[in-house]
Design a binder for this molecule. Structure first.
Ligand code: AMP
Ligand code: GLY
Length: 442
């Protein structure tokens, strides 16, 4: 990593990924006076596409030479990688040069998300609090383990499975079925070659994201997301139905514990393995009666958490990402708007299962107009596109992230819900109870 390379006055950026997270990143990057050309590596979504220029073809990790060549030709200074798959495939290793920075961990470091067995082993070495459990490389020992344990458990594919490779089980039968689906039937492909069986933890789940520049760490304000489809946290897990930031459930003391007992030792443990971590380290943490315990690590911004973080971030995202890439986090200051952001995700009927696309979307301008002098509504696009006749239509399961910024969580959630009411497409649905977990207990 070239250290302390000064931030370009005017730099061209290539952004990889095309969902709500990337729209939020692009929106914030576009506020930077340092941004030159913004290139978009994927066909993204209707709003993201308006913020940058499309690359001539998809960035194909199997053709590293072509990607390097394209970055050279277009004088790319900074590559920002949204999703985990290109990180796990080594895009950072492939595209970083003496003068070109790539935001995200390298291939080895991205194992923290891409290889859950590796992450567990790392946590074990330095006694990071986590769910008790075991990794299995073979089917029979995993089945015997399930036979011998009665308690509710969680069965996880060790590899990347697009957020679907975790099955929370209440009974032994469910656990056996999960083992069979993941490991015997390979429902998630090679991600299920190795599995983890963990005790099921209960408590509130929080997302603590930190920027890490190889050695220094900057904890971002904590978020919570709602993964389950239905109100009251019922139904199947999804990519995320809504999020808010900051969450009132984490006080300074608990954040200090998380920093001291989880984030810092993780970065140190990686260093001992000769792995220098750069980028976002996202810890999914359960607040249990015995203290915070790690459920998982991710090597990227969470989605929709990123939408709430970007809505609140003050300052220049280009500078912040650059400082993270160049080991300069100690020399910058990261501040957040004191207000709370709440993102409500509007989805297509049928999601997270099969859904139709191509439904005409109306009301986004009206939704954004629900803001006022001291409250903001920003609608981030996740799965949208412009049809040939110019109409805005749905193009994914998660369609929009309706994000409101207001004085507190109640006000932000209420505003986001009112904004959602302005938006229409056939089969649209969303959860109206984002934040209830903390609103009803506080
Ligand atoms: P992961 O992909 O590991 O974050 O798991 C997805 C979701 O499964 C998490 O956000 C939790 O809601 C749930 N989960 C994962 N591990 C556990 C665990 N040990 N106990 C309870 N829930 C879990
Ligand atoms: N919101 C959860 C995730 O991005 O993994």
């Amino acid at each position: 990593m070239p250290s302390h390379l000064s931030c370009p006055e005017h730099g061209n950026v290539l952004l990889i990924g095309g969902g709500g997270r990337e729209h939020a990143l692009a929106w914030k990057l576009c506020q930077s006076p340092r941004l030159g050309d913004l290139w978009l590596a994927n066909p993204g979504n209707a709003a993201l596409d308006k913020l940058g220029k499309p690359c001539p073809r998809a960035m194909d990790m199997s053709d590293v030479w072509q990607m390097q060549h394209w970055c050279e030709q277009n004088d790319i200074h900074l590559v920002v990688v949204g999703p985990e798959v290109p990180l796990a495939k080594g895009i950072v290793d492939a595209l970083t040069t003496e003068t070109r920075m790539v935001f995200g961990p390298n291939k080895n470091a991205a194992q923290i998300e891409a290889n859950k067995a590796f992450a567990r082993e790392l946590m074990k070495q330095v006694a990071i609090p986590k769910a008790e459990g075991r990794t299995f490389k073979d089917l029979q020992p995993a089945r015997h383990y399930v036979d011998a344990h009665e308690e509710p458990c969680v069965v996880k594919a060790s590899g990347l499975a697009a957020g679907k490779g975790v099955i929370v089980c209440d009974t032994r039968d469910q656990a056996m079925d999960a083992v069979n689906r993941i490991m015997a039937n390979r429902e998630f492909g090679d991600a299920g070659k190795h599995i983890i069986i963990e005790e099921k933890l209960s408590g509130q789940e929080v997302s603590v994201l930190a920027l890490v520049d190889g050695s220094s760490i900057w904890l971002l304000d904590p978020c919570q997301d709602h993964k389950q489809l239905g109100e009251g946290d019922t139904g199947p897990n999804t990519g995320g139905m809504g999020a808010y930031c900051p969450t009132p459930i984490l006080d300074h003391e608990t954040m200090a514990i998380i920093q001291r007992e989880i984030i810092v030792p993780t970065v140190d443990a990686l260093k001992r393995e000769a792995i220098q971590y750069c980028g976002v380290l996202y810890a999914g943490i359960m607040l249990t009666p015995a203290g915070p315990k790690v459920l998982e690590f991710n090597c990227r911004f969470g989605d929709p958490e990123c939408q709430t973080l970007m809505a609140r971030l003050k300052g220049d995202l280009f500078e912040i990402l650059w400082a993270t890439c160049t080991g300069d986090l100690d020399n910058i200051n990261i501040e957040f708007d004191p207000r709370t952001a709440c993102c409500v995700v509007m989805c297509s009927e049928g999601y997270p299962g099969k859904y139709q696309t191509g439904k005409v979307i109306t009301g986004i301008e009206e939704a954004e107009a629900m803001g006022s002098d001291d409250e903001i509504v920003k609608v981030f696009h996740a799965g949208t596109k412009i049809r040939d006749d110019g109409a805005l239509v749905t193009n994914g399961g998660r369609v929009l992230g309706v994000t409101a910024l207001a004085a507190d969580l109640q006000a932000a959630r209420d505003l986001a819900n009112v904004a959602c009411e302005q938006i229409h497409f056939d089969g649209a649905f969303y959860r109206r109870d984002i934040g209830d977990r903390v609103l009803v207990t506080s």
